[in-house]
Design a binder for this molecule. Structure first.
Ligand code: GLY
Ligand code: MN
Ligand code: MN
Length: 444
């Protein structure tokens, strides 16, 4: 299995600590277990920030970084070993494992945190935490600080600065290392294979969930624990619902099906969309819209390189799509004016992409000092233009209504441009029709 090597977690902690102010402390909680219903839990997914710095997969843990602490800079609070619980729920690292296998300098039982953590915080000037994103943890943090305050008359020194960790940590997460790109390539490869499988299985009379099952099969077979987000399998007019997730409609002859799905490997997401005809052959109108979206995507790729800014790729897609919609008679008027008045938004209402990483809509600022961010080597993003012609759009001829097309790939900025991680799924009309025709011949 391809994964982030242990040494990389240690490098990340050191890099973060090097940016923290002297005499400070950073405190991050693991994700809570989410109850699904009664005594059934959702599949556990570690918090991305916590995972980024620790690789520690368990709930009920708190990570503490104390740059310059003589007795160890990295402290992990985690569950104790417990033979009875481990028999029922699985192995735990315990404090020994936290040190031996996860590089902690010191480890304590999570049940002792209220007794130990105030003593660690005391005397540090500044506390870094994810303030605001986890109200329950914020309350705990205040409780620990108040323990120190209550001892002020004994000389205890509470910190006087509370700083959001996000700014430092999320900027680090924006730049992907070679090891991260390797994991993302693997997630992309498996997801590409899943889309191919769904294309091959596509038949009128099946359901949207039938194709979702094909995706899930490839994800799990590839070693992914779960999809990176709820898979969108949207046939016919459902393709015009951007975040459709019902996935229970029947696939009809003559309809398109839009699939937006990607798996997660070692907590790194992939995010692919393809749109293909249920019966294996695009109609003239479907093909026209599809090829326009594809041209927009190609134009966007050309705008992704170091020193180009974040919005250039989006602007390129807007121009190609608006001009194309005019050519097809779906919009009327001057292209520049239609762009200025945002007339294209009736058909293309989302952005051309987002940062991609441990979160599918990954962290990292899109603007710096009020200006669009300039792209740099190692930034990962999606490129996903789309055109959605609402079923009820009375301004266009009937033949166009209900067509929704999105094409989405994942890229990493390289020295000379970008690497497309998701090349493994066919994309041109000819390639997709050929793949689907071959699958039908083999099945017959
Ligand atoms: N799957 C969500 C997105 O493409 O942004
Ligand atoms: Mn997507
Ligand atoms: Mn996306």
């Amino acid at each position: 299995m391809i994964h982030i090597p242990k040494a990389e977690y240690s490098r990340r902690r050191k890099a973060l600590m090097a940016q923290m102010e002297p005499n400070s402390i950073a405190i991050l909680p693991a994700a809570a277990v989410a109850v699904r219903n009664r005594d059934v839990e959702h599949v556990y997914r570690q918090d991305s920030d916590f995972q980024y710095l620790s690789g520690f997969p368990e709930p009920q843990a708190v990570l503490v970084l104390m740059p310059g602490r003589v007795h160890g800079e990295y402290i992990l609070f985690c569950r104790e070993r417990n033979a009875e619980r481990e028999l029922w729920d699985g192995l735990r690292a315990g404090q020994e494992g936290a040190i031996r296998d996860f590089g902690a300098d010191d480890a304590f039982p999570i049940t002792d945190i209220d007794d130990i953590l105030p003593g660690l915080i005391e005397g540090r000037d500044r506390v870094y935490s994810a303030m605001g994103s986890n109200p329950e943890f914020d309350r705990h943090l205040m409780d620990w600080i108040n323990v120190i305050r209550s001892k002020a008359n004994l000389g205890a020194q509470p910190p006087n600065e509370y700083v959001a960790l996000d700014h430092l940590l999320h900027d680090m997460r924006l730049y992907k290392s070679a090891a991260e790109v390797k994991v993302m390539r693997e997630a992309a490869r498996i997801s590409a294979q899943a889309h191919v499988r769904a294309m091959q299985a596509s038949r009128a009379g099946l359901y949207e969930f039938s194709l979702e099952a094909e995706l899930d099969y490839e994800f799990r077979k590839g070693g992914a624990k779960m999809p990176a987000y709820g898979s969108i399998v949207a046939a016919g007019r459902n393709s015009c619902i951007l975040h459709y997730q019902q996935n229970d409609a029947v696939l009809k002859d003559g309809d398109l099906v839009l699939i937006d799905a990607g798996c997660e490997i070692d907590c790194y997401a992939s995010d692919i969309t393809r749109t293909w005809p249920v019966n294996g052959k695009y109609s003239a109108e479907q093909k026209a819209i599809y090829e326009l979206v594809l041209a927009a995507q190609e134009a966007a790729f050309a705008e992704i390189a170091p020193n180009k800014h974040w919005n250039q790729a989006h602007e390129a897609t807007v121009r190609v799509i608006t001009a194309g919609l005019v050519e097809l008679g779906l919009l009327q008027g001057d292209v520049d004016e239609l762009i200025a008045s945002e007339a294209y938004k009736a058909f293309y209402m989302h952005r051309a992409g987002h940062w991609l990483g441990m979160d599918v809509h990954d962290v990292g600022e899109y603007k710096v000092g009020g200006e669009w961010r300039v792209l740099e080597v190692g930034m990962a993003l999606t490129v996903e233009p789309g055109i959605y012609i609402a079923p009820g759009n009375q301004n266009v001829a009937k033949k166009w209504r209900g067509i929704g097309v999105r094409i989405e790939d994942d890229v990493v900025v390289t020295k000379s441009g970008c690497e497309i991680l998701t090349q493994g799924v066919p994309k041109t009309v000819a390639e997709i029709e050929a793949l689907m025709a071959q699958a039908r011949t083999q099945a017959a």
